[in-house]
Design a protein around this ligand. Structure first.
Ligand code: TXA
Ligand code: MG
Length: 320
């Protein structure tokens, strides 16, 4: 059993594993990460192996102290500093021009590096103890649901990691928002735990980036991702079929009288934060139930609703 409760002893142990080139799954406020020493290319390669992830997809470096920004990235001007001050630690990732110290395997050969400071005491202590930035994608197999509890990691990657630190349920429950800063402009690469609207109050309107579908540099640019093993579709009455085991996920409340195998509500009060925190948790639960189909109610695409709809749309696309 390689799952341990988070405490100072287990975090010390985990930090030793990181320093010696091993893999540790750890909690953050967004989702669980699959971590390795971000400055050790061989250790980072193990992440790609464990996840079965295409190597074109670069990784985020997680830091615990803001002075790492200037060690890892160049051109941190005042616009970027403002964002760091206001939103870090927190569910925001900044993509910036990289310095040479960052290995190519972390950035997939890109000249930029993604950096984030998680707002989670266990993650911060682990990174500090390890004394190195920790490269970590979400601790799921490539393309599948992201883990928001330690048991999700154990179920899908248990045999592939040296240690899983259990720090309870992730409070945000959806990945960080990723933005890129390039020559004075900000670009949104992935919706996530901080809303576009809140970020734009500081950055001004994001610029539009021309996407290169053949070389995606953020999962927001892949056509599918974040999918449960069960087919998932947006709710439509025409899909209701008594002969099938259907699971339904509503936003505030059940809106029909159909006899579902299971039904859940993301947030009875209509709170998007609560909905985001419950999204992957409920989809993991549905995935264990041998359903024929999962139906999900569409929600409004504003605030965190954009991040939720982004994840759901990609899951729907997977099952075309
Ligand atoms: O909340 C999160 O961001 C979680 C937790 C563990 O921190 N991490 C996470 O990592 O979601 P991952 O690898 O599943 O998604 C991060 C994405 C990558 O897929 C990649 O496309 C994008 O960040 N990314 C990383 N480095 C990049 C870069 N240099 N340029 C553009 N996109 C980058
Ligand atoms: Mg991921």
């Amino acid at each position: 059993m390689n799952l341990v409760t988070a405490n100072s002893e287990s975090i010390q142990h985990a930090a030793q594993i990181i320093k010696s080139g091993g893999l540790v799954a750890f909690p953050t406020e967004t989702v669980y990460g699959l971590g390795a020493d971000g400055l050790n290319p061989i250790a980072v390669a193990k992440i790609f192996e464990a996840k079965k992830r295409p190597t074109f997809n670069p990784l985020i470096l997680h830091i615990a102290e803001k002075n790492w920004f200037t060690k890892l990235a160049s051109s941190i001007d005042e616009n970027v500093e403002l964002l760091i001050e206001k939103f870090m630690p927190g569910p925001l990732t900044l993509v910036l021009p990289k310095k040479d110290i960052v290995p190519d395997i972390v950035t997939s050969g890109n000249s930029t590096v993604a950096i984030r400071m998680p707002n989670h005491l266990v993650a911060l202590e682990l990174i500090k103890e390890a004394g190195t930035p920790i490269a970590a994608p979400s601790a799921n197999k490539f393309g599948h649901l992201s883990p928001t509890e330690a048991i999700h990691v154990q179920k899908y990657l248990g045999s592939k990691v040296d240690l899983i630190i259990d720090g309870g349920k992730c409070s945000v429950g959806i990945e960080s928002t990723i933005i890129q800063y390039e020559e004075g402009n900000f670009y949104l690469l992935r919706h996530g735990g901080i809303s576009k609207e809140d970020l734009e109050k500081i950055t001004g309107k994001f610029s539009n980036k021309k996407l290169d579908a053949d070389k995606p540099n953020s999962p927001g640019q892949l056509p599918f991702h974040y999918s449960p093993n069960t087919p998932l579709k947006f709710y439509d009455e025409s899909l209701l079929d008594e002969s099938k085991n259907i699971g339904a996920l509503f936003f505030r409340e059940k809106t029909d009288n159909f006899n579902y195998k299971i039904e859940r509500v993301l947030s009875p009060s209509g709170n998007l934060r609560e909905a985001a925190a419950n999204l992957f948790l409920i989809l993991h639960e549905f995935e264990t139930l041998d359903l024929d189909l999962i139906l999900v109610e569409k929600i409004e695409q504003s605030g965190l609703g954009s991040a939720i709809m982004d994840r759901l749309t990609k899951a729907v696309n997977k099952h075309y």
